[in-house]
Ligand binder design. Structure first.
Ligand code: GLY
Length: 351
């Protein structure tokens, strides 16, 4: 099975393959030295994978306690986090015990933040079950919860000790979640790999499931390289934000309802590429190439948010530093750079 080693402030493996969840105990015991595991998951994922993971971890000798919360972004908040802390305290978890995040980005981000903060840090492993979590959020150590003022505004860096990307879990995903994750996959092709982008152009949403192990491996390899170059998000890692500054503003504009993260990022990538093309900053025709790819993966970008409202929302972006904002621009597929703009320049660029 493809194994990608991440050499960040701590070193860990990301293992990619089919059937990993039902055998996860075997892999976890290689990196976690016995003790208790808090298995944190949501009610949807629990139905599909909860028992298999619980049984495998128990068979490997761990004392497993499960915490299940209601699925959805609305749960990624301080209220759920406090319930997790209480659960850990009531079950007498110690710093040498472990939190296992089983699920998508919401679970991984929130369970990771609990692991970063409870007792000032516990062991942590990621068992991502969504495409978005496998290719992006489970790798690289970003953890967070949302506050009413914005997504992921409170968080910490906490690298996991192990990530198991079970590609067979992707088969249980509703189609809209696969589409959602493809937004991030297209992003990787645009920012770093023309080869990945070409593979995406040769496939579509119906055929891509047949080559998921290769797709996840390519994306995680890119993410690993970027994280190793800039773990704490001061430079190179910002490239992963392509389409996200506008995408997050679009999600906020629509109150996080009616548009998925993947479609908002797709719209953000399309808008920034069209603007780059208009300002002569990328290959002529790149917007059409990107649009063709987004269509293959049914990423709906028909929303038309007002650019003036987006400009204001972008000012809350986490990548903003002082009076400037770093905008990620692709000059062609596989080639990206960060362009620093003053907030006035950015507003002008948007209009
Ligand atoms: N998801 C973007 C990052 O990990 O930096």
């Amino acid at each position: 099975m493809p194994t990608i080693t991440v050499n960040a402030s701590s070193k860990y493996n990301v293992i990619i393959g089919s059937g990993l969840l039902k055998n996860c105990g075997e892999y976890v015991k290689d990196v976690i030295n016995g003790g208790k595991i808090a298995l944190i998951t949501d009610d949807n994922v629990d139905k599909f994978h909860g028992s298999a993971v619980y049984e495998s971890l128990t068979a490997a000798g761990f004392d497993v306690r499960k915490f299940v919360f209601r699925h959805g972004e609305a749960s990624k908040c301080h209220e759920t986090l406090i319930r997790i802390y209480s659960f850990l305290a009531e079950n007498h978890f110690t710093r040498t015990d472990c939190i296992a995040a089983l699920g998508g980005g919401v679970t991984g981000d929130m369970a990771g933040y609990a692991a970063a903060t409870y007792l000032r840090g516990m062991n942590f492993i990621q068992l991502p079950t969504s495409l978005l979590a496998q290719v992006d959020s489970s790798v690289g150590g970003k953890t967070a919860v949302d506050i009413p003022e914005g997504k992921n505004l409170v968080g910490a860096f906490k690298q996991p000790a192990l990530v198991l990307c079970d590609t067979s879990a992707l088969a249980t995903l509703p189609r809209e979640f696969l589409i959602d994750g493809m937004g991030e996959v297209v992003k990787y092709g645009m920012i770093k790999s023309a080869e990945l982008f070409d593979i995406l152009m040769e496939n579509n949403i119906s055929s891509i499931g047949n080559i998921m192990e290769d797709i996840v491996t390519r994306c995680v390899t890119i993410k690993r390289d970027v994280v190793e170059a800039d773990e704490f998000d001061k430079g190179e890692r910002m490239l992963l934000n392509f389409g996200h500054t506008l995408g997050h503003s679009i999600e906020q504009y629509y109150n996080y309802t009616g548009i998925s993260h993947g479609c908002a990022v797709a719209k953000g990538m399309e808008m920034i590429t069209a603007l780059s093309e208009k300002h002569g900053r990328c290959r002529k025709g790149l917007t059409d190439t990107l649009l063709e790819c987004l269509k293959k993966y049914e990423l709906d970008i028909t929303v038309e948010p007002a650019p003036s409202a987006l400009g204001a929302a972008c000012m809350n972006d986490k990548k903003r530093m002082g009076g400037s904002i770093s905008i990620i621009i692709c000059s062609d597929t596989g080639t990206s750079s960060a362009v620093k703009m003053s907030t006035d320049e950015f507003t002008e660029f948007l209009n």
